[in-house]
Design a protein around this ligand. Structure first.
Ligand code: NDP
Ligand code: MG
Ligand code: MG
Length: 341
């Protein structure tokens, strides 16, 4: 059984006694900075000159400094810029300004696991990785709940890194739901696998294939949208409450029988072999290399794929239908429909 931590296992005063610099104010950055602040932690935000995020952070009453100045003030530096820019931001703006013994916090182990960042031996290097999107990390915290977190220590120069990692996890609300003790390699490899094979890649492709199959057979796109996308949340809610078993308990016997006989036809054993190949590309570093090489070249492959995805007919159908469902609110004011950025 994994080692778990909850609020009672952590001492909030550890992180409350530190000066924290959150570098980046995007999905995770805004959630960490605001949750820490609301937990009584001394937070400043570090952003590049002319950053589009500056106004958002300042509107929340946060102090915004250059990355260099934020790092100079801090004894805990939280690196929450996109993974593909972390190594450059670290080399040029963080490392030259670190005080001795400053703790580095990551929200994902990518740059450490694949050796894009090699911290100084005197720094504690820890991870607090929420298992959910940043906007939900903030929303759940405000509502008195939390998103579960993975906690890890890569380097424990001080000998007390675990006290800080647990305290930080509590301050962002993660230990309300539970923190699991892990390692940088386990978090990085399972996170990349989960998002590629199941949560994002696998699920998006499954939904698109289902939608395409129905509209190509002449059914109305609106019906196909409800069937293959909208209902997914209702089914997943039951899975979260009571596992796959509860979902099967609630659906009709007809649906449950269809689940057993057709599920393995759609997601056949070759799919598992494909998943094993995806995992192997993650573990040997070739996925990381492909992503970083494309990013370094200005992201031509990434941008083309993003544009292709946005043009899929399911998006136009969904946009119209969602207008008619008043309870589906887009509460994230900085989200622009039709852009994944
Ligand atoms: P975002 O893409 O949302 O981060 C954007 C932020 O980083 C913006 O404030 C942006 O500023 C700033 N930024 C971009 N480039 C630079 C730079 N060169 N120097 C300084 N600031 C910069 O990132 P995420 O929140 O998605 O990811 C952050 C980390 O959290 C990653 O390690 C990721 O893997 C991890 N993570 C993310 C999750 C998520 O929910 N998204 C879930 C769990 C972990 P500007 O406005 O100026 O562009
Ligand atoms: Mg991820
Ligand atoms: Mg049905």
């Amino acid at each position: 059984m994994a080692e778990m931590f909850y609020d009672d296992d952590a001492d909030l005063s550890v992180i409350q006694g530190r000066k924290v610099a959150v570098i980046g104010y995007g999905s995770q950055g805004h959630a960490h900075a605001l949750n820490l602040r609301d937990s009584g932690v001394d937070v400043r935000v570090g952003l590049a000159e002319g950053s589009a995020s500056r106004a958002k952070a300042e509107a929340e009453g946060l102090r915004v400094l250059s990355v260099a100045d934020a790092v100079k003030e801090a004894d805990v530096v939280v690196i929450l810029t996109p993974d593909q820019v972390q190594r450059t931001v670290y080399a040029e703006q963080i490392k030259p300004n670190l005080k001795d013994g400053t703790t580095l916090v990551f929200g994902h182990g990518f740059n450490i696991r694949f050796d894009y960042i090699t911290p100084e031996s005197g720094s504690d290097v820890i991870m607090v990785a929420p298992k959910g999107p940043g906007h939900i990390v903030r929303r759940e915290f405000v509502d008195g709940r939390g998103v579960p977190v993975l906690l890890a220590v890569e380097q424990d120069a001080s000998g007390s890194a675990w006290d800080l990692v647990k305290s930080y996890g509590k301050a962002i609300g993660g230990l309300r739901a539970g923190g699991i003790k892990t390692t940088f390699p386990e978090e990085t490899e399972t996170d990349l696998f989960g998002e590629q094979a199941v949560l994002c890649g696998g699920m998006s492709q499954l939904v698109m294939y289902g939608f395409e199959t129905l509209i190509e057979a002449g059914y109305q796109p609106e019906v196909a949208y409800f069937e293959c996308l909208h209902e997914l949340k209702l089914i997943v809610d039951l899975m979260i409450e009571g596992g796959i078993a509860k979902q099967r308990w609630s659906i009709s016997d007809t649906a449950e029988y269809g689940d057993y006989v057709s599920g393995p036809r759609v997601i056949s054993p070759e799919v598992k072999e494909n998943m094993q190949q995806v995992l192997s590309d993650i573990r040997d570093g070739s996925f990381a290399q492909r992503f970083i090489d494309d990013q370094d070249a200005g992201a031509p492959e990434f941008k083309a794929l993003r544009e292709k995805g946005a043009k899929h007919p399911i998006e136009a159908t969904g946009k119209e239908l969602r207008k008619l469902m008043a309870w589906i609110k887009d509460t994230d004011s900085d989200y622009v429909e039709g852009s994944a950025a």
